[in-house]
Design a protein around this ligand. Structure first.
Ligand code: UDP
Length: 489
């Protein structure tokens, strides 16, 4: 595929081994390739098997994307065999080992890059892969950092760090105001940082800071019309380092087949799901899914189910394979599924989320506030019920509920990692029912929310079309890299 005189830009994409990070980078790969650049997408055996359908689609479309499957030495990383993605970890206790363990990809990546002729133009690496800094430096390849979260979150973390808040506020649950914002945003450290609050995370966090500060630029999955002030302020905060907002990346998936194959094989055929959705009134269905890695305890799942049942509205509820314990299966088959069969669809495992969200029958999304899920909901014009669980999600909730006013909060205050495993539930069935009725009821506030999210949907589409802000930023990114690479040679 590579030729000695290939004049095109060649991007090496190195995602974090987590679906919420790899999915947007796969979309980025397509967008870069559609704009004429060559792309090598770095993956591992287990992750490659999950995206087999995408690899086949790319081959058929003759897009210049190469999938490079590197070995992931789980034992060396201190991980159980086959744990090549965050969602496959046996428990939350392995999270740090996984973040640090991705370094096992450094050597095979370096070997692969050394062989490439001509030298690639640029490496775009997830912010959580700080070890790529050494690879790029050794091989003298320009490097861009990809930040997965909202720009609002990135700006808040930047401002908190600049004001030394993480050191000044010792108590994880002490509330403080995020400095230098035009609006009042109150959080605590546990909410702002999620699981990474302890001293054992300090080294890894510092590595990420250094990797970002030495990068040649930053790409973010957002668009100017969604968070104009935050993007401008973040660019200002980063000084000469360029920030390119090139999203929502998910909008590159136009047809159903592409929407249905993101991240993993769906556990239910998309046609069965759309056929079911077709039997429901437009805008009537609640969709419930907490992303790829958050896990919900059995007692909490039962509470969600009872809330949905009490809401008397149609729903599609995604329950992950790991959550389907014998207790949950017994509860589902012991009356719940039967009593809701006329208006409830349960998907056990991976769901084709974009297919569901973009169906006109869906009128609300109960989400954990993962940034991809939020962008997908906005891109489909669907308002949200917010139930943040960790990392950027509590701040994303503030953006959705308080600033953009396109969602209602379920009322969760404590990150998942801080909840003890004693069977207590964070959210009662009444809270779920209340949030559903607030979001789905046709009152003035509900109408305003729907109108606002549709306006943002339209603006998102415009941003990604030829001449739109994200489209233009992608052009600028490619141009910048080509100029930069030429100077290097
Ligand atoms: N996703 C999906 N089906 C599922 C669960 C998740 O397609 O059953 C996709 C979802 O559409 C999104 C990504 O996985 O693109 C999850 O990313 P997000 O940032 O929302 O959350 P995370 O998984 O990182 O917590």
């Amino acid at each position: 595929m590579s030729s000695l005189h290939d004049p095109r830009a060649h991007f090496i994409l190195v995602p974090l081994v987590a679906q919420g990070h790899a999915i947007p980078m796969l979309d980025m790969a397509r967008l870069l390739a559609e704009r004429g650049a060559r792309v090598s997408f770095i993956t591992t055996p287990v992750n490659a098997a999950r995206i087999e359908a995408i690899i086949d689609q790319v081959k058929e479309s003759h897009l210049p994307i190469q999938f490079v499957i590197l070995p992931f030495a789980c034992a060396k990383a201190g991980l159980p065999d086959g744990c090549e993605s965050f969602d496959l970890l046996p428990s939350i206790e392995y999270t740090k080992a996984m973040f640090e363990g991705t370094r096992v990809l450094q050597e095979p990546l370096e070997l692969f890059l050394r062989e490439l002729r001509p030298k690639p133009s640029c490496l775009i690496a997830d912010m959580c892969n700080p070890w790529t800094m050494e690879v790029a430096r050794k091989l003298r390849i320009p490097r861009i950092v990809f930040h997965g979260p909202s720009c609002f979150y990135l700006l808040c973390v930047h401002n908190m760090a600049m004001h030394g808040i993480f050191e000044r506020v010792p108590d994880e649950f002490e509330p403080f105001l995020v400095p230098d914002l035009p609006c009042r945003v109150e959080v605590n450290k546990a909410q702002a940082l999620g699981f990474a609050t302890g001293p054992e995370w300090a080294n890894f966090m510092q590595e990420m800071v250094v990797a970002e500060s030495t990068a040649d630029g930053i790409v973010i999955n957002s668009y100017d019309d969604l968070e104009p002030w935050h993007i401008r302020s973040y660019q200002k905060a980063k000084g000469k380092k360029k920030v390119w907002s090139i999203g929502p990346l998910c909008l590159c998936n136009k047809d159903v087949t592409r929407k249905a194959t993101r991240g993993n094989k769906a556990s239910m055929d998309e046609h069965i799901i759309t056929k079911w959705l077709e039997t429901m009134e437009p805008g009537s269905v609640i969709y419930v899914n907490f992303g790829s890695s958050a896990r919900t305890r059995p007692s909490q799942l039962i509470e969600i189910g009872c809330g949905l049942q009490a809401s008397n509205r149609p729903f599609v509820w995604v329950i992950k394979g790991v959550e389907l314990t014998p207790e949950i299966e017994n509860w589902l088959s012991g009356g719940f599924e039967e009593s809701t069969s006329s208006r409830g669809l349960i998907i056990r495992g991976w769901a084709p989320q974009m297919v569901i969200l973009s169906h006109p029958a869906v009128g609300g999304f109960l989400t954990h506030c993962g940034w991809n899920s939020i962008l997908e909901s906005i891109s489909a014009g669907v308002p949200m019920m917010t139930w943040p669980q960790f990392s950027d999600q509590f701040l994303n909730e503030k953006l959705i509920v308080d600033e953009l006013r396109i969602g209602v909060a379920v009322g969760v205050k404590v990150p998942m990692s801080h909840v003890t495993d004693d069977g207590r539930v964070m959210v009662q069935r009444e809270d779920v029912e209340k949030a559903v009725s607030r979001l789905m009821d046709g009152g003035e506030n509900g109408e305003d929310r729907r109108m606002r999210v549709r306006e943002l949907q339209e603006k998102a589409m415009k941003a990604m079309e030829g001449g739109g802000s994200s489209y233009v930023n992608m052009t600028r990114l490619i141009q910048y890299i080509m100029e930069h690479t030429n100077k290097e040679l």
